[in-house]
Design a protein around this ligand. Sequence first.
Ligand code: MN
Length: 221
Amino acid sequence: MTGILILSVISCNYSNAKEDKNNNSKNSVNMKFEKVALPYATDALEPVISKQTVELHYGKHHQAYVDNLNKLVVDTKFANADLETVVKESDGAIFNNAGQIYNHNLYFTSFKKGGSGEPQGALADAINAQYGSFDKFKEEFNAAGTSLFGSGWVWLAKDASGKLSIEKESNAGNPITKGLTPILGFDVWEHSYYLDYQNRRADHLKELWKIIDWDVVSARY
Ligand code: MN
């Protein structure tokens, strides 16, 4: 087992390492898709996200996407592909599960206990230039997440020139399929908030800003 793990680490594709150090995107026959390691305790995000929600969301939902994808890619052209390639090039069930692994790896690494205030550096400058202020940006982002019909994600993304955009995506959608780079994603599937906020999605989105790890998120810009 240890030998396989060491071999896996050596052969990992690190193209996405800055965003997802532990996102073990696979390009070796011995490797399987995995979820990112949780960088905090399951109760660290309380009261914004309860321990029970983290345990179910990370431990059950996210795990299910990983287990599903590992089964689905067997004997397909994606068996040895890295996760980003699978997301960009697949459709149907493979896309749904790969997209959700990618999305949740990004999501769960965007938080820390107590948060860290506001965006920093170049990201802060870009937000202020495009949206007027961080508060105005948050309003627009929350409105996009609240108005998204059904399950999906609201993303802050950038294009190749650094221009920011707020992207609404249904189900497992991700900006990388449009050639954009995701900076921050809020999960608006009911499984992400229903135990803690029931139907009050807007309240949940407002609270999430209190636990953002802006060191990590700003570095994605
Ligand atoms: Mn989710």
